[in-house]
Design a protein around this ligand. Structure first.
Ligand SMILES: [Zn+2]
Length: 313
């Protein structure tokens, strides 16, 4: 058995499973990131131990940049103190009694989709992956291998420039995809429409409470202005996907993360239309645009695949 961990800013999930992607046990606890790196690493170790079996190896999906050579974190933007130089592998491997492998969480989700999701139907496939949530993460698979790049940071599909004059992104670029098409960008537009009286149905559903404006309530509302806001976001995602289709001609473009729940009509159809309209150098007809088959388990299953592959992806 192998253990897998999905470390998030709010919760930590861990599981035990086999190399075929079958999870035999799974538990989730609060991260309690205010405890600092030592406290959180202790919670990760305790959670893995609580699953009740000695794993052969542990894979961990980490929300940020990792130094591969040392197995330490370089930058976790959503954690207090941002975890610069936290020796995760050196701390966890002796305590858990087995090798520990780290991977960025969005790359882990991509690996999960490759091994146990859509990639299973075509193992040597090429794939472009977007995780749509508070941020937009991603990963790129070329001929069955996850593209890591020298720093393990390749595949940041959510940080390509979509609008040169667009809003500032968390990474420092202007008009990156994340800045114009993440869940906060979409709900920001929803709140604006709610407050300016252009979304009566959304007002009814949320009782006028801006905190209840989410991609889900916006999709339910269906006010014309709200639908146009969602369409704009889907078009930006489509432009990003089209750029990658032109560059890589992948077999799959896959959307995961919470916002993928927007569904076919609001998300996938406009993305497919955008790809058809913008990819002109070859017919993109065989590029499949799909939602993740693994839903919110993609990251955890990717960490399982990482452990089973002894860190070689
Ligand atoms: Zn960015």
């Amino acid at each position: 058995m192998f253990a897998c961990v999905d470390l998030g800013g709010t919760t930590i999930s861990a599981g035990l499973g086999d190399a075929a992607g079958r999870l035999a046990a799974q538990r989730t606890i609060d991260t309690e990131s205010h405890r600092g790196p030592a406290g959180v690493l202790d919670r990760i170790a305790g959670l893995v131990e609580s699953l009740g079996a000695q794993p052969e190896a542990v894979g961990i999906g980490v929300p940020g940049l990792i130094d591969f050579a040392s197995g330490s974190t370089s930058f976790l933007p959503n954690f207090p103190t941002q975890w610069r130089g936290v020796a995760m592998r050196e701390t966890l491997a002796p305590r858990l009694g087995c090798p520990v492998y780290l991977l960025n969480d969005a790359r882990a989700a991509t690996l999960g989709e490759l091994r146990f999701g859509h990639g299973r139907s075509a193992p040597a496939s090429s794939m472009v992956f977007f995780t749509l949530g508070t941020g937009i993460g991603g990963g790129i698979v070329i001929d069955g291998r996850l593209r890591m790049g020298p720093l393990g940071a390749a595949g940041e599909t959510g940080h390509q420039t979509i609008d040169p004059n667009g809003p500032l992104c968390g990474c420092g670029n202007h008009g990156g995809l994340e800045a114009v098409a993440s869940a906060p960008a979409l709900t920001g537009e929803g709140v604006r429409l709610l407050r300016s009286g252009q979304a009566p149905r959304l007002y009814e559903i949320t009782g006028g409470d801006a905190a209840l404006v989410t991609p889900k309530t916006m999709a339910e509302a269906g006010d014309p202005a709200v639908r146009e806001g969602i369409r704009r976001v889907a078009r930006a995602l489509g432009i990003a996907a089209a750029n990658l289709v032109t560059s890589l001609h992948p077999d799959f473009v896959v959307f995961g993360g919470g916002m993928a729940a927007l569904g076919d009509e609001l998300l996938l159809t406009p993305v497919r239309e955008e790809i058809r309209a913008r990819v002109r150098m070859f017919p993109p007809d065989n590029v499949r645009v799909e939602r993740s088959l693994l839903g919110d388990q993609a990251g955890l299953l990717g960490a399982l695949a990482l452990a089973a592959a002894k860190g070689i992806v």
